[in-house]
Design a protein. Structure first.
Length: 138
């Protein structure tokens, strides 16, 4: 299991709203209801091999893409004062010599909760009302 998959499992593995979740590489896909899926992928929105965000896509299984949103760590995680790494004060994953690793320290438990809740708040907007009633994140 690589760093991307391990992190996705830590973030979303027991969410309660994602059903039949499958993980591979830097992506996971899960069922929201009978017709909708969510695809969550680490993404590199501009800097080669620096994965600073998670992309969330809502997909209708018969009609295709419904919506897509980019969640940057820098927007969800407070700056780590005095802990800049390569000019960034937030965590991200980078690939160097074919090996992925966190640049600086990995996400803390508090930061994971912030990321998880931001993304699941977005995802929950697309769920059937029946399925989402009573569901909570952490």
């Amino acid at each position: 299991m690589n760093v991307f998959e391990k992190t996705l499992r830590e973030l979303f593995g027991n969410s309660g709203i994602l059903k039949d979740t499958k993980y591979t590489g830097m992506t996971c896909i899960a069922r929201l209801d009978r017709d909708l899926l969510v695809k969550l992928s680490f993404t590199d929105p501009g800097t080669a091999c620096n994965f600073t965000a998670i992309s969330a896509s809502i997909i209708n299984r018969t009609e295709g893409l419904v919506d897509k949103q980019l969640f940057r760590f820098s927007d969800m995680v407070p700056a780590r004062t005095g802990q800049t790494t390569f000019g960034r004060d937030y965590p991200y994953i980078w690939i160097c010599d074919g090996k992925e690793q966190w640049c600086g320290n990995p996400l803390t438990a508090t930061e994971k909760k912030l990321v998880r809740n931001a993304i699941l708040d977005y995802v929950e907007m697309y769920m059937d009302m029946e399925m989402s009633m009573g569901q909570q994140f952490m």
